[in-house]
Design a protein around this ligand. Structure first.
Ligand SMILES: [Zn+2]
Ligand SMILES: [Zn+2]
Length: 207
C-alpha cells in the first residue's frame, strides 16, 4: 500500500484549509526549502524575523507541483529537488508517518483553534481559585483596666472619629455616642480585629 492511500494522507488531502498546528518548513544545508512528498499546503513563514510564526494563508494546492512553483515564485525561495523514483521505499514510510503526525495534531487542536489569534486564546484548564489569603488581624486593643481601647481601635482600623456605620447610627434616632459602637454592630472598626474567640495561638507572630 502506498503512503498516498493511507487514511492520514487521504484526510490531509481532503482538507480545504491548512491543518491546524502545521509547522513551517525547514531548509536543508543548501538553504533550500524541503517540501515533503505529497504536500499540498504552503508552509512558508511569512512573519517578520523575530515575530511569531505565521504561515502563508494560501489554501490547498491541487498538487505538490503547484505548491513547489508557488514557493519558488511567490516566496522567492529555493526548493530542494525531489529525487525521482525513490518514493516507494523509506521515503514512503516517512511520508506516511509525516501525515499521520500532522492529522493527529490537527485533530488534537480542535476546531476552535486559530493560529493567528494572539489575544483570543482558548482558555486553559480552569484553575481552581486559590483560597483567600488569610489576613492576620490583630486582637482588639485593651486598656490596662481591660476595657476596649476605642481610640486605638479606630487608629488601627484607619478610621477617623467615626466609621461610616457609626456615623449613620449617630445621625439616626439611636444616636450612637462613640465609634467603635457595640461589638456585633455594623461598626467597621471591629472588622479590623480578631475576636478573642477566634484568635489562634500563633507563636512568633509579630503584629
Ligand atoms: Zn505560500
Ligand atoms: Zn464604628
Amino acid at each position: 500500500m502506498s503512503w498516498k492511500d493511507s487514511a492520514a494522507y487521504k484526510a490531509y488531502s481532503a482538507l480545504g484549509e491548512r491543518p491546524r498546528g502545521l509547522e513551517p518548513w525547514g531548509v536543508n544545508n543548501a538553504g533550500e526549502v524541503v517540501i515533503g512528498l505529497g504536500e499540498l499546503f504552503c508552509r512558508c513563514n511569512i512573519a517578520d524575523e523575530g515575530e511569531e510564526v505565521e504561515l502563508c494563508r494560501k489554501p490547498r494546492f491541487s498538487h505538490t507541483g503547484n505548491l513547489r512553483s508557488h514557493v519558488k515564485t511567490a516566496h522567492k525561495m529555493q526548493v530542494a529537488e525531489v529525487r525521482k523514483g525513490t518514493s516507494s521505499g523509506s521515503e514512503g514510510i516517512e511520508a506516511e508517518k509525516f501525515y499521520k503526525a500532522i492529522m493527529k495534531k490537527h485533530d488534537a487542536l480542535g476546531a476552535d483553534y486559530d493560529p493567528n489569534s494572539e489575544i483570543e486564546q482558548t482558555p486553559g484548564p480552569v484553575t481552581p481559585s486559590k483560597p483567600p489569603k488569610k489576613i492576620h488581624r490583630p486582637l482588639v486593643p485593651r486598656k490596662k483596666d481591660r476595657t476596649v481601647n476605642k481610640s486605638q481601635m479606630r487608629k488601627t482600623a484607619g478610621i477617623g472619629k467615626w466609621c461610616p456605620a457609626c456615623k449613620e447610627v449617630k445621625r439616626s434616632e439611636f444616636k450612637s455616642t462613640s465609634c467603635p459602637g457595640p461589638k456585633g454592630s455594623n461598626c467597621k472598626a471591629w472588622e479590623a480585629f480578631t475576636s478573642e474567640s477566634e484568635s489562634e495561638s500563633e507563636s512568633g507572630t509579630k503584629i
